[in-house]
Design a protein around this ligand. Structure first.
Ligand SMILES: CC(C)(COP(=O)(O)OP(=O)(O)OC[C@H]1O[C@@H](n2cnc3c(N)ncnc32)[C@H](O)[C@@H]1OP(=O)(O)O)[C@@H](O)C(=O)NCCC(=O)NCCS
Length: 146
């Protein structure tokens, strides 16, 4: 494990007609919904808790547009582990040209306890494994056979 790393691009999206704005390019609202979900999944994996919520997003820079049919990819990396929070940096780019489409310097998620209040998560480093998966995601399935 290392404290902080480069952005890793995980999820790919195919820009479809329902994702477009009135200009015929990718609608910012769709992009934000996708990146918020991506950040939530990243936070769940890093914090080992399904109860993590978006607290803050810094300035959002829509660097360039995407068009219908474009393939794009979303990436995140943790930039700071706080006591109850996790701060991430996000980028969305064209899958082939790597042209940046959106950047967000800070997305902050807060780890919540069962009472819905901020709770310490106890982590200080990024994990690249699946070693913090919340129990609720594992209990229903037998362990994988190697
Ligand atoms: C998340 C929530 C429980 C946090 O409550 P809070 O009273 O702000 O909590 P705290 O002041 O104890 O802060 C919790 C953490 O968030 C961080 N934080 C709070 N406000 C912040 C801000 N504006 N920017 C960055 N970080 C912030 C704090 O530094 C702290 O991190 P740390 O423990 O790692 O140091 C509360 O704000 C909430 O319920 N918000 C709505 C969340 C939500 O519904 N999101 C979905 C999108 S609508």
């Amino acid at each position: 494990m290392v404290p902080y790393g480069d952005i890793t691009f995980h999820t790919r999206k195919w820009v479809r007609p329902e994702d477009l704005n009135a200009n015929g390019t990718l609608f910012g609202g769709s992009l934000l919904r996708w990146i918020d979900e991506e950040a939530a999944i990243y936070a769940i994996v890093q914090l080992g808790n399904g109860m993590a919520v978006t607290k803050y997003m810094s300035e959002i820079n829509f660097v360039s547009s995407a068009r219908q049919g474009d393939l794009i990819e979303m990436g995140l990396t943790a930039t700071h582990f706080g006591r109850t929070s996790l701060t991430m940096r996000a980028e969305v780019r064209n899958m082939f040209t790597r042209q940046s489409i959106l950047t967000i310097d800070k997305i902050v998620f807060v780890n919540l306890g069962e009472d819905g209040l901020p709770a310490p998560h106890g982590y200080t480093e990024i994990t690249y494994d699946r070693d913090r998966v919340p129990r609720q995601h594992l209990d229903r399935f037998p362990p994988p056979v190697d």
